[in-house]
Design a protein around this ligand. Structure first.
Ligand code: S3P
Length: 479
C-alpha cells in the first residue's frame, strides 16, 4: 500500500528540520506553540533486532531535576538529562522565572543556579510549554505560590488538555486562574505567597496533579497533604527528599497513601544523575519482543515499580526480558534490559496496573496485535486526557492496519492471531509522540510497511528515536 512512497533516509530528512528543536537549546520562543513542520515517516518489516543501546534520559525525572534545582539555593548539576523538546520547554520557563540554567556540553551536564523556594520572579512574557503537560501542571503548582500573575500556553495538543484537575486544588489553596472553557490553556495564574495548606484527595490517579499540589505546598506555611487512593509514580517525593525537603508518607485511612510536605524547607543544590526512561525503552523492548530471533540490550533503564507495569505485562505475555546489572542511580532502581524475541500470548491487564504503565498502552496494543489470542486492557479512562485521546488514536491506528479490536469508554480489547499483522496503514498521530513511535514499531513486524503522518512530535520525548532503532537493525525512514 505504501510502496509508492519514496523513502529517504532519516538522516537526510533531518537537514530540513526546523533548526534548534531537539539538539540545540535553548527553546521557548513563540514557535513552540506552532509546530512549523510535519514529518511523515515509514517503518518496514525487519527479520530481527540485535544490538546494545542506551535509553534516553527519563522525562519525568528530567523535568523535576530542573524544577527542583531552580527552587534550591546553590548549584545543581544534572547528568543524563533528556534533551527533548518537553524538558527544554521547562528549562526555558525556569530561565524566565529567574533561574540560571546552562547546558555545559563539554562536561555532558546541565548546571542550574536556583532562585530558592518562593524566589521566582514574574516572567516578562507568556511561558511557551509546547506539547508538555508535565511542564504546564507542575509549573502551575510553583507559580500559584508566588505573588504575581503569569501566563502559559502550548501547542494545539496542550491547549486541549484538562487543567481543571490542578486548578481546583490550587484554587482551594488560594490561587486564582483565568483560562479558556474547562480551564484550558492559554491560562493566567494569579498567584499569592499566602497560600493555605490543604489536605486533598486525588480524584484521578495523576502524578502531575499530586506534584503540582506538593510543589505549591513548598512555599506554603504548615503541612500540605495529598491523599492518593492508587499509587502513582513517586519521583517528586523521592527527589524532593534528596533536595532536603521534609516529605512524610503514611498509609491513608481506607487504603492508599498520605503524602505530606512541610512548607518552607531550605532546598539545597545537588548533583543528580538521571536514569534512562522506561517509557522510551519500551519501544525498543516491544520491537524486539515481537520479532522472534531478536536479542537486544537496552542499558540503564529506570525500573521503579511504579513505572514498570509494562515489563510485568510483557512477561505475563511470555516475553523473555531479564533485568541485568541491577543498581541504584540518582535514588532510583536501574537495570540493563536484555530482551529476546519469541511468541507472545494474549493476557488480561488489570485496571489497578494502569498508573504504573499509563504511557505504555499504545505500544502494548502493538505487542497485543502480534500476540496469539485476546488481550484485554482495563481501566484506561486516563488515556483520553493524554497528548491525544490515546484510546481513540490507538483504535484508529489498529483499524488502519487491519487489526481486529474493540474499544470501550475505558477499555481496549485486541485480538491477535500470532501471525504478523497486515499493516499498510497511514496512522494519524494527532501531535502525540507515543502514537507515532508505537505504530512505527508495528511497522517493524507487519507484512506491509506502516506510515505515520507526522513523526515530528517524537522529538518531545525521544530525539534520535529512529537512529537508535536503526542501531538495532530497524528501518524507519522519512516517507
Ligand atoms: C507524568 C505523569 C503522567 C504521565 C506523564 C508524565 C509525570 O501523567 O502520563 O507522561 O511526570 O508526572 P498524569 O499525571 O496525567 O497521569
Amino acid at each position: 500500500m505504501l510502496e509508492h512512497l519514496s523513502a529517504r533516509p532519516l538522516r537526510a530528512a533531518r537537514k530540513v528540520r526546523r533548526p534548534g528543536v531537539a539538539f540545540s537549546p535553548p527553546l521557548g520562543e513563540a514557535s513552540l506553540s506552532q509546530r512549523g513542520h510535519t514529518a511523515k515517516l515509514v517503518a518496514r518489516s525487519v527479520s530481527r533486532l540485535q544490538g546494545r543501546v542506551r535509553a534516553p534520559g527519563d522525562k519525568s525525572l528530567s523535568h523535576r531535576a530542573l524544577m527542583f534545582g531552580a527552587m534550591a539555593l546553590g548549584e545543581t548539576t544534572v547528568r543524563g538529562l533528556l534533551e527533548g523538546e518537553d524538558v527544554l520547554a521547562t528549562a526555558a520557563a525556569l530561565r524566565s522565572l529567574g533561574a540560571e540554567v546552562a547546558h555545559e556540553r563539554e562536561l555532558s551536564r546541565w548546571r542550574i543556579r536556583g532562585f530558592g523556594v518562593g524566589g521566582a520572579r514574574e516572567p516578562a512574557d507568556v511561558l511557551e510549554l509546547g506539547n508538555s503537560g508535565t511542564s504546564a501542571r507542575l509549573l502551575a503548582g510553583i507559580l500559584a505560590s508566588h505573588p504575581f500573575t503569569s501566563f502559559m500556553t502550548g501547542d494545539a495538543s496542550l491547549r486541549r488538555r484538562p487543567m481543571q484537575r490542578v486548578i481546583e486544588p490550587l484554587t482551594r489553596m488560594g490561587a486564582r486562574f483565568e483560562g479558556r472553557e474547562g480551564g484550558r490553556l492559554p491560562l493566567a495564574i494569579i498567584g499569592t505567597d499566602e497560600l493555605m495548606p490543604i489536605e486533598y484527595r486525588l480524584p484521578v490517579p495523576s502524578a502531575q496533579v499530586k506534584s503540582a499540589i506538593l510543589l505549591a505546598g513548598l512555599n506554603t506555611a504548615g503541612e500540605t497533604t495529598v491523599i492518593e487512593p492508587e499509587p502513582t509514580r513517586d519521583h517528586t517525593e523521592r527527589l524532593l527528599r534528596h533536595f532536603g525537603a521534609e516529605v512524610r508518607i503514611a498509609s491513608a485511612d481506607g487504603g492508599g497513601k498520605r503524602i505530606t510536605v512541610v512548607g518552607w524547607p531550605e532546598l539545597k543544590g545537588r548533583d543528580i544523575v538521571v536514569p534512562g526512561d522506561p517509557s522510551s525503552a519500551a519501544f525498543a523492548v516491544v520491537a524486539a519482543a515481537i520479532r522472534p530471533g531478536s536479542d537486544i540490550v537496552v542499558e540503564n533503564v529506570g525500573i521503579n515499580p511504579l513505572r514498570a507495569g509494562l515489563y510485568d505485562t510483557l512477561r505475563d505475555m511470555g516475553a523473555d526480558i531479564a533485568f541485568e546489572n541491577r543498581r541504584e542511580l540518582g535514588g532510583e532502581p536501574v537495570a540493563d534490559l536484555h530482551v529476546k524475541g519469541g511468541a507472545l500470548k494474549g493476557v488480561e491487564v488489570p485496571p489497578e496496573r494502569a498508573p504504573t504503565m499509563i504511557d505504555e498502552y499504545p505500544v502494548l496494543a502493538v505487542a497485543a496485535a502480534c500476540a496469539e489470542g485476546t488481550t484485554r486492557m482495563l481501566g484506561l479512562g486516563e488515556l483520553r486526557a493524554k497528548e491525544s485521546d490515546r484510546l481513540a488514536s490507538v483504535s484508529a491506528g489498529l483499524a488502519a492496519n487491519g487489526i481486529k479490536h474493540e474499544m470501550g469508554a475505558a477499555e481496549l480489547v485486541v485480538h491477535g492471531t500470532g501471525a504478523p499483522p497486515r499493516g499498510g496503514g497511514l496512522v494519524r498521530t494527532h501531535l502525540d509522540h507515543r502514537i507515532a513511535m508505537s505504530f512505527l514499531v508495528l511497522g517493524l513486524a507487519s507484512r506491509d510497511p506502516v506510515a505515520v503522518d507526522d513523526g515530528s512530535p517524537i522529538d518531545t520525548s525521544f530525539p534520535g528515536f529512529a537512529l537508535l532503532m536503526g542501531d538495532l537493525g530497524a528501518r524507519i525512514e522519512a516517507a
